[in-house]
Design a protein around this ligand. Structure first.
Ligand code: C2E
Ligand code: CA
Ligand code: CA
Length: 641
């Protein structure tokens, strides 16, 4: 007569409760769509079924000698236990492979090889009711092991060892959390098996497995820190970690980057303060292109899709699909809006060498002259150039590769030297001369413009302090400022501190600001300009005529001088319309009481034309190109004498 084994029932019931809890929370959090999630759920379900069959078996055990039905129940439960338990280790192996990110490179052949061990061991289990090779019940209805059971243990050990191998191989690609969770799983399962081997009555293996799985759920399956709440896509941190794992596992991956380029306008047009508006408009659509766990959102208007099967057809199907969709309007609060999108596709590690390059593609703006919808291959060379320029800027600040050049400005009346514009140059040892037209925007985007502008201003102050400019009859030196910088808090104080440290006359500094400013920024800029003018500085409006800003707004700023852009001068020479624009611009600016400088003066004819229009100052190659300080001093001393 068997007594009910209360310890068995207690241990297995706890296991059942744990599994139910794990499944419940996995379902509530909707972590069910990825293959990784599915493998995780499979493991939990196997442990749950094993524990359930063990409880039923333990209850029936009590009556199996006297009751044939009870004995059949024990037999069936034992069969189910073996049938499912043999699948646990292979499932765990697949799960670890997936978490380690090594699945994308596994070929079908290799997969079949991996799974063959499982298939071979599952056959004797399936045939056991007839052949009894794994186990049998003797005449006393006692459970007895048979030779094939050893092969099951052997297979389990092989899968366990293989999964440890995977883990070791990808160790560096894993986050600390994953490392801890998976190591904990191994330790607790090995402990469970060991206890059960030593104390045969303590059947704690399943409970140990369930606890290990629970730890995995908390640390690995919980995706909170990887997920963008608004869209359900992966966030930047997830992209970083997944790209690292692709690199370490040497898995090639194609990255498709979708950038919405008119996001600012849309935000303004829809009057929405919410930066997630673009994401909310397109996220449902993107989920139809590829499952959500392949999509990452790196900033409110940039999405990245990872494609691991290295198949050009899949890539072009996805990019074509997106480009086609963006030809049509999107519905936002019952309004139809057109979103401009550029799609880029590049392989890592072929074209994009590292995760940093991927973020580079995601974060750097599309070149202004780009008119393509799809950028691939050599279209993306601009990224390489841009990153080289970025490096040159950082290097330039460290190695002092920046130099300030000066270009003289002249008064029209008497052709007297008036001043100079300070223009920065970057002499890089690797990529050679880099011009400000290229690197200033990059420096603004990477937050290095402050240091550059401070350098220029200090150089100019030092020059003024030397007394040479004043001795040669100069009235001022013009310094370019980026608008972004002017609008930073504490800007005026910083400038004042710097200039006061040199002890020079503020009157000698003339700041140039370009007219390309967003209308909403005028108010702030106008207070900055007014404050600095009170301190004694002068201001010029640069590149007049190149933007399409509101004229009334432009002249609400208190500029001393307006610099008419060279393109206006040049087109005045070649077309009737151009000359009408130049003449009327000059007239209007004069009526507003501002001085006028025309830049880009290259010929005598241009000077004669400008003299007739009686503008105030001239600047251009006719007089001199921007030149190093030493040459500039020679130039002005000759002009002065
Ligand atoms: P900008 O302020 O409009 O500067 C005038 C540009 O026109 C200079 O180009 C100058 O070399 C060029 N230029 C002057 N006269 C002539 C001419 O007769 N013919 C032709 N073809 N070109 C002429 P550069 O030095 O390459 O500067 C380009 C832009 O970079 C500047 O445009 C300015 O916006 C920016 N920049 C230059 N230095 C600085 C700086 O120190 N700080 C900031 N924030 N921006 C700067
Ligand atoms: Ca300028
Ligand atoms: Ca200019």
């Amino acid at each position: 007569m068997y007594s009910i084994n209360m310890l068995d029932i207690a241990l297995h019931s706890s296991t059942i409760l744990l599994c139910v809890t794990i499944l419940l929370f996995t379902l509530i959090q909707q972590r069910t769509d990825k293959l990784q999630n599915k493998l995780f759920i499979t493991m939990t379900v196997i442990i749950f079924c094993n524990a359930l069959s063990s409880v039923i078996s333990a209850l029936a055990e009590h009556h199996k000698m006297t009751n044939d039905t009870a004995f059949t129940v024990v037999e069936v439960m034992q069969f189910l236990y073996f049938l499912l338990h043999t699948a646990l280790c292979p499932t765990f192996f697949c799960y670890v492979s997936y978490v380690c990110g090594t699945t994308s490179r596994v070929s079908w052949k290799k997969l079949l090889l991996y799974m063959s061990i499982f298939i071979i061991t599952e056959i004797p289990v399936l045939l056991n009711p007839f052949l009894h090779q794994v186990y049998y019940f003797n005449d006393q209805r006692e459970f007895c092991r048979n030779w094939a059971e050893n092969s099951i243990y052997l297979a389990a050990a092989i899968y366990f060892a293989l999964s440890i191998g995977k883990l070791m191989f990808s160790w560096n690609a894993l986050s600390a959390k994953k490392k801890i969770a998976l190591s904990y799983f191994y330790v607790i399962v090995i402990a469970g098996v060991a206890i059960q081997l030593i104390f045969i009555k303590v059947k704690c293996e399943l409970l140990a497995e369930a606890i290990g799985v629970l730890g995995t759920m908390i640390a690995i399956e919980s995706e909170d820190e990887r997920i963008d709440v608004e869209t359900g896509f992966n966030n930047r941190r997830a992209l970083q970690s997944d790209l690292n794992s692709f690199m370490i596992n040497r898995s090639p991956v194609t990255l498709v980057c979708l950038k919405i380029t008119n996001g600012d306008i849309i935000q303004r047009a829809t009057g929405s303060e919410n930066t997630d508006i673009l994401a909310s408009i397109v996220s449902d659509y993107l989920k139809t292109v590829t499952p959500r766990y392949y999509i990452y959102i790196t900033n409110p208007s940039t999405f990245i899709i990872t494609i691991t099967d290295n198949d050009e057809k899949t890539v072009s199907a996805i990019t074509n699909n997106i480009i086609k969709r963006f030809k049509y309007p999107w519905l936002f609060r019952e309004t139809e809006i057109i979103l401009n999108a550029v799609v880029m596709a590049a392989d890592m590690p072929e074209r994009l060498k590292s995760p940093a390059d991927v973020f580079y593609m995601a974060d750097s703006p599309v070149p202004a002259d780009n008119d393509k919808k799809l950028l691939t291959g050599s279209d993306l060379d601009y990224l390489i150039r841009r990153s080289a320029v970025e490096d040159a800027i950082s290097r330039g600040l460290e190695e002092h590769n920046f130099e300030v050049y000066y270009q003289p400005t002249y008064c029209v009346k008497g052709r007297r030297l008036h001043g100079a514009e300070a223009l920065i140059r970057l002499h890089d040892s690797l990529i050679g001369e880099v011009y400000p037209d290229e690197f200033i925007t990059v420096a603004e985007q990477i937050g290095m413009i402050d240091e550059i502008d401070d350098f220029v201003l200090s150089e100019v102050c030092r020059f003024i302090k030397s007394g040479i400019p004043a001795e040669n009859g100069m009235d001022c030196i013009n310094v370019n400022l980026s608008v972004i910088q002017c609008m930073q808090a504490g800007f005026a104080d910083r400038i004042n501190d710097l200039i006061e440290s040199f002890g020079i006359d503020k009157d000698f500094i003339n700041f140039e600001i370009t007219e390309t400013i967003a209308p909403k920024d005028y108010k702030l800029l106008s207070t900055v300009v007014a404050d600095l003018k009170k301190d004694g500085y002068h201001f010029s409006m640069d590149d007049y005529g190149t933007g399409y800003s509101n004229i009334q707004l432009i002249f609400s700023l208190d500029f001393d001088v307006v610099k008419i852009d060279k393109s206006i001068l040049w087109s005045a020479e070649t077309s009737e319309l151009g000359s009408v624009i130049l003449e009327n611009s000059v007239r209007m600016i004069r009526q507003m009481g501002r001085k006028i400088l025309v830049e880009g003066v290259e010929t005598k004819e241009q000077i004669e034309l400008l003299e007739k229009l009686s503008v105030d100052y001239l600047q251009g190659y006719y007089f001199s190109k921007p030149i190093p300080k030493k040459d500039f001093i020679t130039h002005i001393s000759q002009a002065h004498n």
